[in-house]
Design a protein around this ligand. Structure first.
Ligand SMILES: [Fe+2]
Length: 336
C-alpha cells in the first residue's frame, strides 16, 4: 500500500526532563546554543539554518517524540486527515510553521511539520578541506592553508540526524512509519543464520526521497523487550557534526566536563558513521556523528546477520568497524 505521504527530513526530537537548567548546560557543552527558554520549554539550535534542532519540556523524564518535515502544505493537510494524526495547529516555536501530531503504536509522538522559517546564518558549515595524500595533483586540496581549531572549543553541530527508539514490536513499528511517512528499511538485523525463519531484531530505516539521497537511517527501531525491560522509549538522539574534528573535540570537551561516555569513538557498520555516544545528566543518550552513508530509493533493504558484522571473534549487535565495542548498557531503561 502506498504511504500517505513521504516525509522529507527528520527535524528535531522532543525530550522531557525535570530540570531545564541542567539540560541547557549539558546541551551547550554538547555543541548547541539556546534559542528560547521559558520555565517549561527549552529550544536549542546548532550552527545550521534550522531555528532549533532539540526541544526539551520540563516534567518527568521521558521521550516525547520526533518531528518530520513534509514536502508541502498539501502533504501536511493530507496526513492531518488520516486516522492517526490530529488537526493542523499553528506552531508557537521559533520559526513558526504548522504541525499535525500523532502517537505511534509505542506511545511515542510523531509530528509532521511544514513551513518552519529558517534563521539567517552566513556559515556554510563546510569543513576546512581535507588533504587526502598520494601523488596526484588533484589530491592536494589544502595548499598554503593551515588547519586550526580552538583547543577546548565546543563541537559544532550541523543538524539533527536521526534517532533510535526501543519499541514493542519492530516489524509493526516499521509498518506504521512506512504507511504514514513513507519510511523504508535500509538494514534489517537478524540473528544467525539470518534466514527467513529468523526474527527481526532491529531495523535501520530511511526517508524515501526518490532520487535524492537520504541518510542511511533517520530512525532505528530496537526491541524494548531485550533492552529496556519491555518499556518503549528513547534509545538515542543523534546529531551530525561539521566534520570528524568536531566528533573528537566533542569527546574531549564532554570528558573534561565529567559527563558519562556511553560508546565511542568508533566507526559504525550499519550506516558507516564515525560516532560517539554520551549520556546526558538524565541518562538520555546523545550521539555526535559524521560521514554517514546516504542512499537514494533504489537501494534495496539489506538483511544483516548481527553476528557476522564487525569482528567475527567478538560477535556483537550493531558493532563498530573500529573503536570500542558496544556498551552493555546501550539503550537501557535509564535512558528512556
Ligand atoms: Fe545513531
Amino acid at each position: 500500500m502506498d504511504p500517505i505521504i513521504k516525509a522529507d527530513s527528520v527535524v528535531y526530537p522532543t525530550l522531557q526532563v525535570p530540570d531545564l537548567e541542567v539540560q541547557e548546560k549539558f546541551l551547550i557543552h554538547f555543541g548547541m546554543h539556546v534559542v528560547e527558554k521559558t520555565a517549561d520549554i527549552l529550544y536549542m539550535r546548532g550552527e545550521g539554518p534550522q531555528p532549533f534542532i532539540h526541544v526539551t519540556r520540563r516534567g518527568d523524564q521521558k521521550f516525547i517524540g520526533a518531528a518530520y518535515a513534509a514536502l508541502s502544505m498539501a502533504d501536511l493537510e493530507k496526513i492531518s486527515k488520516s486516522d492517526s494524526f490530529g488537526d493542523i495547529e499553528e506552531m508557537t516555536s521559533p520559526g513558526g510553521g504548522f504541525r499535525s501530531s500523532a502517537v505511534d503504536p509505542n506511545g511515542i509522538g510523531v509530528d509532521v511539520v511544514f513551513g518552519i522559517e529558517p534563521r539567517e546564518t552566513e556559515s556554510d558549515l563546510m569543513p576546512i578541506e581535507v588533504n587526502v595524500g598520494g601523488i596526484g595533483e588533484e589530491n592536494f586540496r589544502r595548499i598554503n592553508q593551515t588547519k586550526r581549531f580552538q583547543k577546548g572549543a565546543y563541537p559544532r553541530i550541523k543538524r539533527f540526524g536521526h534517532y533510535g527508539i526501543n519499541v514493542l514490536d519492530v516489524p509493526a513499528s516499521r509498518d506504521w512509519y512506512h504507511a504514514h511517512l513513507g519510511i523504508i528499511a535500509s538494514d534489517i538485523l537478524k540473528p544467525p543464520p539470518a534466514d527467513d525463519d529468523c526474527p527481526i531484531v532491529g531495523i535501520f530505516a530511511r526517508l524515501d526521497r526518490g532520487a535524492k539521497p537520504a541518510d542511511h537511517h533517520c530512525v532505528f527501531w530496537l526491541p524494548a523487550e531485550e533492552l529496556s525491560n519491555g518499556k518503549p522509549g528513547l534509545n538515542h538522539v543523534s546529531y551530525e557534526m561539521v566534520n570528524i574534528d568536531d566528533v573528537f573535540m566533542g569527546h574531549e570537551v564532554l570528558k573534561r566536563k565529567g559527563y558519562q561516555a556511553e560508546w565511542g569513538v568508533g566507526r559504525h557498520y550499519q550506516g558507516s558513521q564515525i560516532f560517539d555516544y554520551w549520556r546526558s545528566p538524565f541518562m538520555q543518550i546523545h550521539e555526535h556523528q559524521t560521514d554517514g552513508d546516504v542512499f537514494d530509493n533504489t537501494m534495496p533493504p539489506q538483511i544483516v546477520d548481527v553476528s557476522a558484522d564487525g569482528d567475527p571473534e567478538v560477535p556483537e549487535m550493531v558493532s563498530s568497524q573500529w573503536g570500542t565495542g558496544i556498551s552493555e548498557t546501550f539503550g537501557d531503561e535509564r535512558g528512556l
